[in-house]
Write a protein that binds this ligand. Sequence first.
Ligand SMILES: [Zn+2]
Length: 209
Amino acid sequence: MCAIVCGASLTYAIAWASALWSPYTRRVRPTVLEKYIGIGQEHHHAFGFHVRTTRGSRGFSEMGYWHFKEWSGHYDSTFTAGWPTQAVTSDVRAYHAEPLGPALQGLDLPVGILLTRGYPTDRLPAFLHAQPRRRLPLIPAWPGFLVSTVFYAILTLALWLTASNARRWLRTRRDCCPSCGYSLAGLRSNSCPECGSDTYSVNASVGRD
Ligand SMILES: [Zn+2]
């Protein structure tokens, strides 16, 4: 349970760090359509962060083919963050309370839409030096979030087991109880007087009976 919580926290931490600071490494060039009539998709890739920006598709999908001519500068953007899988996502598109009403902005938006949009990095404090024009994604993206959580949970467990085994080994070497670290020097008993745990392996390793 603790490992799962650690895994989920690490998933968010890595995703947010990537969203905040990871510099772009690759950009997919705009399509011919994008170049000449302003319709198309752009992709930006950074380590653990990916942006897909669509221009004009809203006109096609919701208002009909002709509407793209009235495109008013809206971009639909999807941000995904996380490593090794894309684990959290942010989706930004114009939101209309009524089909042909004005697009809502800022805190007028419903809470669900606000959460889906994530937090703009431009509004974070300057000392964070966050990458501009990005979003801090808040919503888990399945199944990537699950895969990433399990990945970091296993990593956490492995580290914890390694650390605790190393500690037991060190305590045994120093002639101490592997469970609690109480010094067993000069003791002949096979159980620790401090915590009562079995210390036979310690006694055996230092040649006592
Ligand atoms: Zn003990």
